[in-house]
Design a protein around this ligand. Structure first.
Ligand code: CA
Ligand code: CA
Length: 447
């Protein structure tokens, strides 16, 4: 719903419990509270609706989240000239589809390790046996871990991350306000698994990520079922930008695109608040990566992957960490990944898909509450995004001043022409759907 004089349709949005209000850029939050919203608040009070501002935003976008808004208050807000848009809060879900625990797979158990911190429910698991470090197929398939000091932090806006000793987890933030902190309490270990593909540490146990040991900033925006409200996702982006907490934000989340989502940032017609927030993150040098989604349909119908300012990963099926398509399609669990080195059948495709990265039968870190070994196999475009986020963090670590648009160009098309790597032939696997082909993530020219 846009502001101005147009009469909004109230029926669809009245079902929302809260609304996200975007204000004109020149308007500060204080001014909004004192003037524009004061008028609305008065209207709300007049109808005894008890509208409450629950979150304020200034770094990701200019605006607030309001709850308990009456129909009259909503109408007044939408017609307020300082209000750019009012959109109902909506829900995104995590983009992971399959799991298989790795319990029992690791017979060459090596050293013992301690979890650095434990949730109370894990306290009986004081010491765990961990496997000797191996390079997961997905990390090998994209060219292996990048060498160098990985200093660029990755904010994983997800179900939480860890605890996990094979990850360099730094203090983060929970937008859920559930008192549970930033540990990953999802049944699959979704956020933790993504963090491992991106940045598991190079040590003598477990796995190694694309950007080994890069700081992981857990930002919990999704509940244990993998559902994230739009306001929580915005809260996470706001926190990262306010605190300059990370160089990369990964959103392995998927929601349905609306007409507003397809509008340009800062254009004549307002775009969605999430889109504007991601553009604003870009303008502050923060790269946003995402999953294309697992619906086997058009990426352009999904957020955040449809936004041009996001780098989004579709899923490549690979079973052996090597190109060539010679590995048997044994798969894992019940996943139908299709043949080796092909576009995964479940992956979204088409415009908005930036590139492909491995997303089938990926072994990575999970909390001990998911698997006592600390490692498990998952599939989905979420996992593809984990590899992509790691590659972007490696680029930002080695070239801190590189702009988000240049990083997107690099990971899709290879380095600039002046680079010694520029003549590399970027692999384009056959496509199962109508539409363009995509290159496969390749770390070999990140140095
Ligand atoms: Ca490791
Ligand atoms: Ca292969």
């Amino acid at each position: 719903m846009t502001g101005g004089t147009a009469s909004p349709t109230l029926s669809p949005v009245q079902r929302s419990e809260s609304f996200i209000v975007s204000l004109a850029a020149r308007q500060t939050i204080a001014e909004a509270s004192a003037t524009s919203f004061g008028g609305v608040a008065a209207a709300a009070a007049a109808t005894a609706s008890g509208a409450v501002i629950t979150q304020n935003f200034s770094a990701s976008f200019n605006g607030f989240v309001v709850s308990s808004l009456s129909a009259e208050g909503l109408l007044a807000l939408a017609q307020n000239p300082e209000v750019i848009s009012v959109e109902p809060d909506r829900t995104l879900i995590t983009s992971q589809i399959e799991t298989r625990n790795s319990r029992g797979r690791w017979k060459a158990a090596g050293r013992k390790l301690h979890w650095h911190k434990r949730r109370s429910v894990l306290q009986h698991q004081d010491i765990l046996s961990a496997p000797i470090q191996s390079t997961p197929t997905g990390v090998a398939r994209v060219g292996g871990p990048v060498s160098g000091k990985m200093t660029a932090a990755i904010a994983v806006l997800d179900t939480g991350v860890g605890p996990h000793p094979d990850l360099n987890i730094q203090p983060g933030y929970s937008c859920l306000r559930d008192g549970e902190g930033t540990d990953d309490d999802s049944s699959e270990g979704h956020g933790t698994h993504i963090a491992g593909s991106a940045a598991a540490m190079d040590n003598d146990y477990g796995v190694i990520g694309v950007s080994p040991g890069a700081p992981i900033i857990p930002v919990k925006v999704a509940d244990s079922d993998g559902a994230a409200s739009m306001s929580s996702v915005l809260c996470g982006i706001e926190w990262v930008l306010q605190n300059r907490a990370a160089a990369v934000i990964n959103l392995s989340l998927d929601g349905a695109a609306t007409a507003a989502d397809l509008m340009e940032c800062n254009g004549a017609e307002p775009t969605s608040v999430l889109h504007q927030a991601i553009c604003n993150a870009n303008s502050q040098g923060v790269v946003v990566t995402s999953s294309a989604g697992n619906d086997a349909n058009l990426t352009s119908l999904h957020i955040p992957s449809t936004y041009p300012e996001v780098i989004s990963a579709g899923s490549l099926t690979d079973y052996d960490g090597q190109p060539g398509g010679i590995a048997p399609a044994t798969g894992c669990g019940n996943i139908h990944g299709g043949p080796d080195d092909s576009y995964s059948p479940f992956s979204n495709y088409g415009n908005g898909t930036s590139l492909l990265a491995p997303g089938v039968c990926i072994n990575s870190t999970v909390p001990a509450s998911v698997d006592s070994s600390g490692y498990a196999v998952l599939s989905g475009t979420s996992m593809a995004a984990g590899h992509l986020a790691g590659a972007v963090a490696a680029l930002k670590s080695l070239s801190p001043d590189m702009e988000p648009a240049d990083i997107k160009s690099f990971v899709i098309s290879g380095p600039p022409s002046a680079d010694e790597c520029s003549s590399q032939a970027l692999e384009q696997p056959s496509k199962p759907h109508d539409g363009p082909s995509y290159t496969v993530l390749d770390t070999s020219c990140i140095h």
